[in-house]
Write a protein that binds this ligand. Structure first.
Ligand code: AMP
Ligand code: MG
Length: 428
């Protein structure tokens, strides 16, 4: 039997939501001390925005496992310091919006598993917030965003009520958080969403966003993530994962749940500077690292909760070959990358059904969090994940994430299991 991580809540529908509708690693860069927070500047697209003093600066960092304090200096790099700070503002704010929507969705008495409108509203709202915050925080940078959503459906006549609700939610989120004094129009929201139409590619800088990764988990009340990364010349140079429902303490060996009730994690990483985790909406971060096990028998593994997203029978066969004892931990979204990066499990296996093309926003942020925590991500042929090819990852074999010691044996087992499966399919 598989285990799963997540909060368990009652499902239902709320009046708020009621309208129906729709690598190779770049060379390491030196990590310099955080500079003083700069005053915010007005952005042209958002006329009502005005600067407020930042509410808090990051506290001291410490090691996630040992609690050992290390200087904040190790958390930033000369190259992407501003961008990481902006991403760490944008993703948690988008998470606030998603948390509001999910709370309202799950509080209501009526079962509404089939109603996709809450996730639609939260998806668009999250993308709008991330786009607006990045533009406000980095006003002088050329802005390119590769994101999952566009506004085509929202522009339709029948979507006017939904657009109004999204705009209200975005404004409510900004005003309840208080960092930005801003009021956006419906037009601003459409423009912000459509900033995400970039094609990415091997040149220049591109933000990569999944506004809600794990929409199925979001609707179930389980795991989801706001996943934001930055590509520079085709390589992921920073990533942030906001996981509102992930327990702060390890979910390993706890039947997928944590005994502690502190929930909500923010993972962050930039190239050459390590990976960090903090409580979502709290300032101090701790350095994290992948689990060091070299023995596959001790390694528990993560996979998608949804069997439609990954072949559970194939990963089961691989686990058997490796002698893995523990049952798979099935959770939604890139929360798997975060949990692996802090050592809750040692292997993440993902084998989509034939014909599925992986999108870069489903792996960019997660992969840098894991690699900066000392792990490694590859396709089933052992190649680094290549984020330079546009909106899709150029692979069709599956994705393997683990620590460097385990990778050779995991890769062997994966390739053997795939060969055997192909052979038995050809005999049919
Ligand atoms: P996970 O929660 O790890 O299963 O991944 C969630 C992500 O899987 C979603 O954000 C989708 O982009 C992606 N997805 C959707 N359909 C499929 C599919 N058929 N196979 C693999 N991944 C998918
Ligand atoms: Mg996704």
């Amino acid at each position: 039997m598989a285990t799963r991580a997540g909060i368990r809540l009652t499902h239902g529908r709320s009046p708020l939501l009621a309208a129906s509708e729709s690598s190779s690693r770049p060379p390491p860069v030196p990590c310099l001390p955080l500079s003083k927070p700069k005053p915010y500047r007005r952005h042209m697209l958002v006329p009502l925005w005005r600067p407020l003093a930042p509410r808090s600066s990051p506290g001291p960092s410490s090691s996630y496992r040992t609690g050992f304090s290390s200087p904040v200096a190790s958390m930033s790099s000369s190259s992407y310091e501003k961008e990481l700070a902006a991403a760490k503002k944008a993703a948690p704010l988008a998470a606030r919006l998603c948390q509001t929507v999910q709370k309202a969705l799950l509080k209501s008495d009526i079962q509404s598993k089939e109603d996709k409108s809450p996730v639609t509203v939260a998806d668009y709202g999250s993308q709008a917030i991330v786009s607006l915050v990045l533009k406000m925080e980095l006003p002088s940078e050329k802005f390119s965003l590769v994101a999952e959503e566009d506004s085509a459906d929202l522009q339709k006549d029948e979507s006017q009520e939904t657009l109004r609700r999204i705009t209200d939610l975005v404004n409510d989120t900004f005003s309840s958080d208080g960092t930005y004094s801003i009021s956006v129009s419906e037009e601003d929201v459409l423009v912000a969403i459509d900033s995400g139409k970039s094609e990415g590619g091997p040149h220049g800088r591109h933000w990569v966003l999944d506004p809600i990764d794990g929409t199925k988990g979001f609707l179930r009340g389980d795991q989801y993530a706001i996943a934001l990364a930055l590509l520079d010349e085709g390589r992921v140079v920073l990533g942030v994962l906001a996981c509102p429902n992930l327990p702060f303490t390890s979910i390993a060996n706890l039947d997928g749940h944590s005994s502690e009730n502190q929930t909500g994690c923010l993972f962050s990483a930039q190239t050459g500077c390590g990976a960090y985790m903090q409580l979502l909406h709290e300032p101090s971060a701790a350095k994290i690292s992948v689990c060091a096990t070299e023995n596959p028998a001790d390694a528990s593994f993560f996979e998608s909760y949804e069997a439609a997203h990954s072949l559970h029978d194939l990963s089961g066969a691989i686990a058997k070959k490796l002698g893995v004892q523990a049952p798979p931990v099935r959770i939604d979204s890139q929360a798997k990358y975060g949990a692996l990066a802090r050592g809750d499990g040692a292997i993440y296996l993902r084998f989509p059904h034939k014909g599925y093309r992986e999108k870069i926003w489903d792996h960019a942020a997660g992969s840098i969090v894991v690699t900066e925590a000392g792990g490694i991500a590859s396709d089933a042929a052992g190649n680094n994940l290549d984020f330079s090819k546009g909106r899709y990852l150029d692979l069709d074999t599956g994705i393997i994430v683990t620590n460097k010691k385990l990778m050779p044996s995991v890769l062997n087992a994966v390739q053997e299991a795939i060969r055997e499966q192909t052979q038995s399919a050809s005999l049919l």
